[in-house]
Every structure is written in C-alpha cells, then in structure tokens.
Design a protein around this ligand. Structure first.
Ligand SMILES: [Zn+2]
Length: 320
C-alpha cells in the first residue's frame, strides 16, 4: 500500500512539474539556482515516468489521497511552491473553515515570542512569522494535514510543508531536524521536527507561514501568537486583501511608485505645493512669464509677494 501511495504521489509530481515554479526570494530559489534544481527535477521526472507507466495499468481515481485535491490537482513533493494564486483563484472570496468536526483543532507550532512579522523587509518580502525558540525545541503541526514537503529547501533550510483539507498549507522553516516524510498524515499538535537555524536564518527560530494556493497570508490574521489560539474558527479570504495586503511584491511596487511620484512633484513644484522658480529672460513681462508657465500674473504676484507693476530684471528668479 505504501509503495502504491508513493507511485501515486510521483504521478502527481509529474503534473506539478509542468507548472512553472514561482520564484520567491525568501525561499532563496534564485534564478542562479535553476541548474541545480533542474538536475534534481530531471531525476524525479525519470522516476515519475516509470511510475506513471506502472500506474497506467490500474488507474483508480479513488486512490487520490492527498488533501484538497479538488483545489490543487497536484501533489508535488519536490517544488516548494509550484502554484500561481492569480491563475487558480477566480472568485472574489472564499470561506475557509479552520476547525472542522472530528479533527484535532489547532496547536501552536511552538510557543515563543514573535521576533519578525509578515511584511516587507528592507530589500525583500518576508512571507512568514518568526517565532523565537532554542535549537532542539519541538515543533508541532498547527492543523491536521499531510506532509507534502520534508527536505532541505534553500532559504527555508530544513523545511516541512503540510497541506490541509481546507486548502491551506503551513510551512515550518529553519528546522534542525525533520521527523516526518512526504505522504504522512499528521494530526494537529503532533511532532514534525526540531527547531533550528538552518537555511537563511540568523539565530534559532521557527519561520512559520500560512499559504493558500501558494499565496502567503499573514499568519497573525489567523492566530493570536500571545495566547497561542486561533482568532476565529473561520477565515474569509478576499481577493482584494491579497491584492492590497498579502501580495507583498505588488504592494511594495505600488508604494515605491507613489514615493517616486511624490519626488517628481517635489522637483516640479517645490515643497510649498504647486510652486517652482523660473529665471526671468531678457525682455520678459509678467504676462509673458505667466503665459509661458501656464499661470496668471495675479498668481505670480501672490507667490512672490509683489505687485503687478514690479520691475523685472533678466536673470532674476521668481516663483510661478
Ligand atoms: Zn522568517
């Protein structure tokens, strides 16, 4: 049965490989790393192809075992985030039940202080919430789910990713040890690894993420990290929240553009709003300057504190 399960998982790995992986700098999956990743992928593809031939003999859709398969259609145990939220999410919002009858509820992955929140860091996005811990501390699953990724993943270091029935995935990064393997069913609160300082990490901590269709969400919108409890049993994800809040690259780009525009305004108009200085040319009159700069004599006089009979000298600077 275990062998069969792995065969099935490999088949889904093939489908997932057809999708272009998204590049998340926080994962340290830099374009330069592509060669290494490609070599690894090619290995998996070979295995997958063999398994697919094998599984073609007895296709059985009831053997689709991974959580939330209707939503994802893929089960990729190699690529960290093989999804594209905007391509997959076509509705305005979705209601996600965080606690369902018969499941084990919620558990804090590790209890500790939040040392870094979800948001834009100086040069890059931070898609997770960092929780302080000591190397060797036990890290447990937040919700019931199945292990999709359990391996070293560049910036994440030793990393476990769980897929949950509601479509969410939770990510546990920088572990010193991984104690689970892909395909394993996990209950909330059960041990998945030990905390550490692997990958892009400075000091032992857990990097914890909540994602939906690959889109990182702010875990602090789900969890009160001080009390270690869920804020609500249901989470409504709005596409507009992704666009305005969770899509850190898009919001950062917009912010930068706004700052850029503000600078242009400053250069053009000076700090007192719509005002700038120009040089008076030989033979200029106030009327001519006003016309040339799209303003009026009255406005120029007001900005410069002089009367319209003011005598101008060539080379003099006045506000327009
Ligand atoms: Zn982090």
């Amino acid at each position: 049965m275990r062998h069969l399960l792995h065969s099935i998982l490999f088949v889904f790995a093939i489908q997932a490989l057809a999708v272009n992986p998204i590049y998340f700098p926080d994962d340290k999956t830099k374009p330069g790393d592509d060669k290494k990743a490609k070599a690894k992928k090619d290995d998996t593809t070979k295995v997958a192809l063999v398994c697919e031939e094998h599984s073609n003999e007895a296709p059985d859709s009831t053997l689709v075992l991974f959580p939330s398969h209707d939503l994802y259609n893929t089960w990729d145990t190699n690529t960290v985030h093989p999804y594209n939220f905007y391509e997959s999410f076509k509705q305005d919002s979705v209601v996600l039940s965080l606690i369902q009858e018969g499941d084990s509820g919620f558990s804090m992955p590790v209890k500790g202080l939040v040392t870094s929140e979800f948001g834009w860091r100086r040069y890059r996005p931070h898609f997770g919430t960092d929780i302080d811990l000591e190397t060797g501390d036990q890290v447990v699953a937040a919700f019931d789910g199945m292990v999709r990724i359990a391996k070293m993943c560049n910036g994440y270091g030793n990393c476990v990713i769980l897929r949950h029935n509601n479509g969410l995935e939770t990510v546990y990064g920088h572990l010193s040890e991984i104690l689970v393997e892909p395909g394993q069913a996990i209950k909330a609160g059960s041990l998945i690894g030990l905390g550490g300082n692997t990958g892009r990490s400075y000091g032992s901590h857990l990097h914890f993420e909540i994602r939906y269709l690959g889109q990182a969400l702010d875990a602090q919108d789900f969890i009160d990290f001080e009390t270690g409890t869920l804020k609500k049993n249901e989470f409504v994800l709005h596409k507009s929240d992704v666009e305005n809040k969770y899509d850190l690259r898009a919001t950062h780009a917009r912010h930068k553009r706004d700052i850029g525009l503000a600078r242009t305004d400053y250069k053009k108009y000076g700090k007192n709003g719509k005002s700038r200085t120009v040089k008076v040319r030989k033979g200029d009159t106030l009327a001519r300057i006003a016309k040339r700069n799209g303003t009026t004599v009255k406005a120029i006089c007001r900005k410069n504190g002089f009367k319209s009979t003011k005598k101008l000298k060539a080379g003099q600077r006045i506000r327009v």
